[in-house]
Design a protein. Structure first.
Length: 174
């Protein structure tokens, strides 16, 4: 893995989530997302914060446009929901919904670090606006890394997989 630290993003106990099937991780995380959005954020948006999913054809086109395969769990999530917007800087990017999208897109970056490809997929403004979550594509298991631009920048291990990143994002934050 490209050198990461955990100086700013604390380590997280994934054991409860790891004991669950991926589908259950998604269900539990999305249940919390619905509660969070219903508590007021949806009222501020003129688009759905948790839209329906993308088709296989749309996902194939997305992969072709990126010239990279989506991590398996992330693709599985996008089949359920095109994106997930829970607040400003607190969202999983994805595909537009009837021409309406979210701040976070999905894009391939070779600019965060030279010779390390990252698939950027989320806004993660817990530490500073502009921070992101991204897959480290240089690693076979494609762990999720938090990019903290005002802390060095720092690249910190966030979660070993997408479903665990989603779990952490919704169980750890307000």
């Amino acid at each position: 893995m490209a050198t990461t630290t955990n100086q700013f993003v604390p380590r997280y106990d994934f054991k409860p989530a790891e004991a669950l099937p991926i589908e259950t991780r998604f269900e539990e995380s999305l249940r919390l997302a619905r509660v969070l959005v219903a508590a007021g954020y949806q009222e501020l948006c003129d688009f759905p914060c948790i839209p329906g999913g993308a088709s296989e054809d749309e996902l194939d086109r997305l992969e072709a446009s990126l010239s990279v395969q989506l991590p398996k769990e992330f693709r599985q999530f996008l089949r359920l929901h095109r994106y997930l917007k829970m607040g400003d800087g607190f969202e999983i990017g994805g595909l537009t919904n009837g021409g309406i999208g979210v701040t976070a897109g999905i894009w391939l970056s070779r600019e965060h670090r030279s010779n390390v490809p990252y698939l950027v997929f989320a806004e993660y403004w817990l530490y500073s606006d502009g921070d992101q979550l991204m897959f480290d594509l240089s690693e076979p298991h494609q762990p999720v890394v938090a990019y903290l631009h005002e802390h060095g920048p720092a690249f910190e291990l966030y979660a070993p997989s997408f479903s665990l990143a989603l779990w952490r994002l919704l169980h750890e934050n307000p």
